[in-house]
Design a protein around this ligand. Structure first.
Ligand code: CP
Length: 313
């Protein structure tokens, strides 16, 4: 594996889940695999979990991790090929990625979408410019359209907590005060469908996700109906895709609460964090026995370790 940027196939997903569980039992079993190697963690956007869990994963493999908060500490990057750089951007991606390519053995990048330029975001333009110009193996730390390390951690968490071979997994839209990217929802749908779960996606009309990620899922606009008999409920806000980046609904009744789960008594609840308490999810759920959010966050370490070790090997 040279690039870890998306779901590839069930066989590789199963292999990564298995490896991550082995690392969870014995984090230092490959403690010299990355000896003498360096990973650059490049952040164009903020992060808590992704930043720290990936550093711990690299350290567990004996690898040096260097974090660059490019949005705050680097030069403003021009991304367009052939640009005449007579405005505010100081350094071209060709030059910056080329330099990073000579400093590191593996590059990892977080690059959120603009939520204004739909075609560039949909093509994962920034991630692909780094891939093209660095020449290195690349791990996505969340791109414009996918968050594959989060999704692998989510699949590990479902694997650990499922009570049946093919659980019913419901991805439900939740309210939010800001326009939020689609990456976590897209990626969760892509991985959960790819891993063979029985997936239902529920959201208000107008919040349809890009169909590239939802093929094979049931779409149900009635949230109560969608939640019935769920084994896992994944809560996430996203902005509209068709009316790109817009907030079309702020209906508070979409917030997940205990009352909403009355027809799903065994449902376990997931969220990637950070979460807006009592906007997306109620305190009673987050602090109650249904919540898997801390398990998901812990599994981010072993997801990153499994992906990184696959690249190193
Ligand atoms: N879930 C997640 O990616 O968290 P951070 O944005 O804090 O990295």
């Amino acid at each position: 594996m040279k690039y870890y940027t998306q779901f590839e196939n069930k066989s590789l997903a199963d292999q990564l889940i298995q490896k991550a569980l082995e690392y969870k039992s014995n984090p230092f079993m490959d403690k010299t695999l990355g000896a003498g190697k360096r990973i650059g963690l490049i952040f164009l956007n903020p992060s808590l979990r992704t930043r720290v869990s990936t550093q711990i994963a690299a350290s567990n493999l004996g690898m040096e991790a260097i974090v660059l908060n490019m949005d705050k500490e680097g030069w403003a990057l021009e991304m367009e090929d052939g640009a005449i750089m007579n405005q505010g951007k100081v350094e071209h991606i060709r030059d910056a990625a080329g330099v990073l390519g000579s400093y590191f053995d593996v590059l990892a990048l977080r690059a959120f979408p603009s939520l204004t330029n739909k075609s560039e975001d949909s093509e994962d333009f920034i991630l692909n410019q780094f891939i093209k110009h660095s020449g290195l193996p690349v791990i996505s730390l969340e791109s414009a359209i996918r968050h594959p390390l989060q999704s692998l951690a989510d699949m590990i968490t479902i694997d650990e907590h499922k009570n049946k071979e093919r659980p019913k997994v419901v991805l439900t839209w939740a309210p939010h005060i800001k326009a939020i990217p689609h990456a976590v929802a897209n990626s969760f749908a892509e991985w959960s469908i790819g891993c063979g779960h029985d997936v239902t996606i529920t959201h208000p009309e107008g919040y349809e996700l890009d169909e590239r990620f939802t093929h094979g899922a049931t779409i149900e606009h009635n949230q109560d109906k969608a939640l019935a008999d769920a084994d896992f409920v994944y809560v996430k806000n996203w902005s509209a895709f068709n009316e790109y980046g817009k907030i079309l609904c702020t209906d508070e009744s979409w917030m997940l609460s205990e009352q909403k789960l009355s027809k799903a008594p065994n449902a376990q609840v997931m969220h990637c964090l950070p979460v807006r308490r009592n906007v997306e999810l109620s305190d009673e759920i987050l602090d109650g026995s249904r919540s898997l959010v801390q398990h998901q966050a812990q599994n981010r370490i072993y997801a990153a370790q499994a992906a990184l070790s696959n690249i190193l090997k």
